[in-house]
Structure formats: C-alpha cells, structure tokens
Ligand binder design. Sequence first.
Ligand code: SAJ
Length: 407
Amino acid sequence: MINVIGLGYIGLPTALMLAANGNEVVGTDILQKTVENLQQGKLTFEEKNLDTLFKKAVDNGIQFSTNYQETDMYIITVPTPYDLKTKKIDPSYVIEAVKTTVQNAKNNSIIVVESTVSPGTHDKFVKPIIHDAQKILGKTLHLVHAPERILPGNMVYELEHNSRTIGADDIEAANKVKKLYETFCKGEIVVTDIRSAEMSKVIENTFRDVNIAFANELAKIASYNDMDVYEIIRIANKHPRVNILNPGPGVGGHCISVDPWFLVGDFPELTKLIKISRDINDSMPTYVLKKIHDIMKEKQISDISRVGLYGLTYKPNVDDVRESPTLQLLEKQREHLAPELKVFDPYISKKIAENQYFNFEEFLKDIDLVVIMVAHEHIKQNKELLNEKVIFDTQNIFENSEKVYKL
Ligand code: SAJ
C-alpha cells in the first residue's frame, strides 16, 4: 500500500492517479476538513478532469485518513514555503512529515519526497532523520526525491505525460519507485542522484522566472518608446533558437514566484541575475498601477472607484489565488492607503477582497476602466460586453484600438 502524505494541489491528484491505475492508496492529511470532504466524495479544489479521476480512484478503493499508515511506501507532498525575511526555504513541513513517516514506516520502506526543495535540503534536514531511524528505531529506510512537475490547470494530463526525475542514492529503491510511477506515467523517467533532482527542479522554475522577467523588461522598454512588445516578441520567436515568454502583470502561483528565492536565499552572492529577475517580476503590479493612473489621466477618469480589476487568480481558468498579481497590486494600494479598486473573478465565489463583485454585469455597471489581469476563457467569450469601456489589457487578448491599452 502507498501512503500519500499531504493532499493539496500535488498530493491529491497524485494519490488519485496512483489509485486509478490499480495501486492500493491511502491519502493522509492533517486537516480534518480536507479528509472529511474527500471521504464524502467532495473535491477540495477545481482542476480539469480531476472529478473523473476521483471517481475512478474511489471505485478502486482509495481511502482518506488523518492518520499516517503503517506501510512500506510513502510519497510526501507537503508545502515548502520560503521565509519572507531570509528568503531561505522553510522545510518544517517536510521535516515534520518525514519524522512522522519514520515512526510509522515498516523496516525497509521507501520514502519519496515530491515537494520542491532547495538543493541540499535532503542532505541537511532529511537524511539525519533517516539515519536516526536506523540508530534509534533499528529501521533501514530508503530516501528518494521525485520532484513534481505538473502545471495547475492541466495537472491530470501532465501527471500522465510529463517526463519525471527520480533522485536516489540507492539504485534499488530508485528502480522500485520508477516501476511504481510507470503504472501511470507515460513520459521518460530519468534516474539521477538526489542533489541533481533537487537542483534541476528548482532551476526549471527559475528559468521561466528569468525568461518572464526578460519579457517584462522588454514590455517596459517598448511601452516607453511606443512600440508593440507582442509584435516584437512574436517576430523574435520566429528565430529557431529564441523562445521569449509573455510579459504580464506579475508572476504568481506557489512555484515560479517562490522557487528562485530558494537559490537567492542559499547563494546570495552568486544569484545576481536570478535576484534581479525576481525583482523585475515583483515590480510588475506597481508598474500596472502606475499605468492605470496614466490611462485615467489620458481618458479623464478622475474617480479611482470607477476602475475595476478583472481576475483575482494567479493565472487563467483556475481558482487558485496564491501570490496572485491582482492581490499583490491590491496590497500596494493598501500600503499607500489608497482606496481599494473594484474586483471581479468568475472563478472566485468567496469574498477575499474589498469591493469584490460576484456578478459580472453589476461589476461592469460600476466602472469605466476595466483592467484585464487574467485571461480567463470567460472574458474571451464576453469581449463584446466591454464595448463601452476603456480597457487596460495586460494579457493581450483584445485587438489594438484607441480604447485598448496594453502593458
Ligand atoms: N506567466 C507570465 N508569462 C508567461 C508565463 C507565465 O507572466 O509567459 C505568469 C503567469 O501569469 C502566472 C505565473 O507566471 O502568474 C506562473 O504560471 P505558469 O502557468 O507558468 O506556472 P505555474 O506556477 O502554474 O506552474 C509551474 C510550472 N513550471 C514550469 O512551467 C517550469 C509547473 O510545471 C510546475 O510543476 C509548477 O510550477 C510547480 O509546482 O513547481
């Protein structure tokens, strides 16, 4: 039996996928409410095709519990935030989960950590726990790091099709985990050492952060000189070896905006490019705010309460608001004690901001300037409802016109 520890954005789809493909699985979470919901057949977040996978997993007998199980295979998928001050990883959830796992594990168990961690975390924090288990409890345990790679919004497909990395010191354990992942993963499964697995995961997200920062810097240069950054990037990307990502109102989510800090925190002297990229991306909400004021001046809109932000999530077609650029922008407003802007997001039905609307038509009635922060399918389907509005489109989904402003 496989015990998946932590039933969040990564753990839940992973547990369901394993069970749907014929493995005996128990999903464990410390949050009673999460476990109760799952036991009652309720998903805890929205994700494309997760409901179908859930049904299959339940039919195959998946169980949910707040208790760790006594078994010989564990997959740990708990969060790894970073300390806002030191920028270093906060490995406390991983440490706690491994400590409890060790207590429950049978001799010769394999513990797979999927959580993203900064390079060296396993050596520094996890291996000592495994060694103590040998010394104090007389258990031999095998450690594997198999960092997850799935994209929120397309998790189910990516779980099945992405390539995976398995880092281990012990080839036998690596091969066992490889076999397990082969029950659902059609992508290539690469076996390497733990440090290479840690580092490759972190730099994948860092690479995208740096690339997005480059695109955002280009957007600033282009705007300053009245050039069309999207046209410029579109043409540059025709070069066979150029692939510039899209500029945007900021970088959100729990991955790309977090993982680079692990490297900056651990190697402050060596991460100049990575640090400046983070700063550029973090500057985007303020940049958007400044542009809102410029547009208001140009269009003679004097009342900030007639400005509305469309989109609260960190990217399109998900209900996830973690580190979202819109929330970052609202925070900046608050810091300056400026009035809160109006907001609407079709994916968010809970109140999480001041002046939040839950009806699109009412939202539109109360504003003259709409700022498109997120390119949800919903707005793409309802473009004509914005005909009378001034639009600041940070996502490049509207045609250029004298009423449409871009980044
Ligand atoms: N963004 C841009 N411009 C772009 C692409 C993205 O501004 O061209 C912004 C988005 O609007 C969003 C943020 O970046 O705010 C991140 O979005 P994303 O869709 O690129 O990535 P995530 O954070 O949802 O998922 C990432 C993925 N990593 C990579 O693509 C390298 C995913 O594969 C990882 O599994 C996930 O992080 C993770 O858990 O680490």
